[in-house]
Design a protein around this ligand. Structure first.
Ligand SMILES: [Zn+2]
Length: 240
């Protein structure tokens, strides 16, 4: 079970057993899709006080694409243009990804000193952005780990056949991740993503899934499907 902790930002979710020198948490503070210097300072305060890591945040203007951009250690918070993933090999760097129902996928290989954080909704999954992130960090090794954060899950992710078709075009085995028990198909985004990560070399036991559904859990998470475009955003923050 991933723990819920009370902080200056309200409740955050922290995966258990993170590697030394690596920070990862999910916050549900209401950022309405934008950040500012005050909010980023608070986020980095949590990274410092909870995880003992001094870092500067990089985020991105997300466009549901497949680009994963390298974030360098900067002096102030920086938002990269038109990308949906960030990676870093420089210590003191934090990578922030905004999500509502989309899946935040975080990858770390502390033996190599690299981390990546990506926004993978259904469009990102069709474009295999999680595989792009593995390529960006130089491929997976036996020490590479991945975390699948809170997102919409198969219980709630109802789609049209035209979306299923796109998954089938991109994944030969795509139908395996479609639940046809209801009136309309439901896609299992986290399970499909885990299969992609395993196919690209991450050991199954190194993939950690929160199992948390943003739409079912009305107490903590923002959900685009539940709240519409006016709902807030959740943030996945990784740092080293
Ligand atoms: Zn659900």
């Amino acid at each position: 079970m991933w723990g819920i902790e009370q902080t200056a930002l309200g409740r955050i979710i922290v995966p258990p057993l993170l590697p030394d020198g690596f920070a990862l948490f999910y916050t549900t503070a209401d950022f309405d899709g934008r950040l500012n210097t005050d909010a980023t300072a608070t986020l980095m305060r949590i990274v410092r006080e909870r995880f003992g890591i001094e870092a500067v945040l990089a985020t991105c203007t997300q466009v549901h694409g497949r680009n994963v951009v390298r974030a360098h250690a900067e002096n102030t918070w920086r938002e990269c243009d038109s990308c949906d993933g960030l990676w870093s090999s420089e210590p003191s760097t934090a990578l922030g990804i905004k999500v509502a129902d989309c899946l935040p996928v975080t990858i770390a290989d502390m033996a190599k000193g690299v981390i990546a954080n990506v926004h993978s909704g259904w469009r990102g999954a069709v474009q295999k952005i999680a595989a792009e992130a593995i390529d960006a960090i130089g491929g997976a090794t036996p020490t590479t780990q991945a975390w699948l954060g809170p997102s919409i899950r198969v219980c709630c992710f109802e789609v049209g056949e035209e979306v299923v078709d796109q998954f089938r075009e991109s994944y030969a085995e795509g139908e395996l991740f479609v639940d046809r028990g209801g009136v309309k198909p439901h896609i299992d985004l986290p399970r499909l993503t885990a299969a992609l990560l395993i196919a690209r070399g991450i050991a199954p036991q190194n993939i950690h899934d929160s199992g948390l559904c943003t739409r079912c859990d009305t107490s903590i998470f923002h959900s685009y499907r539940r709240d519409g475009g006016r709902g807030g955003r959740n943030l996945a923050i990784a740092a080293h």
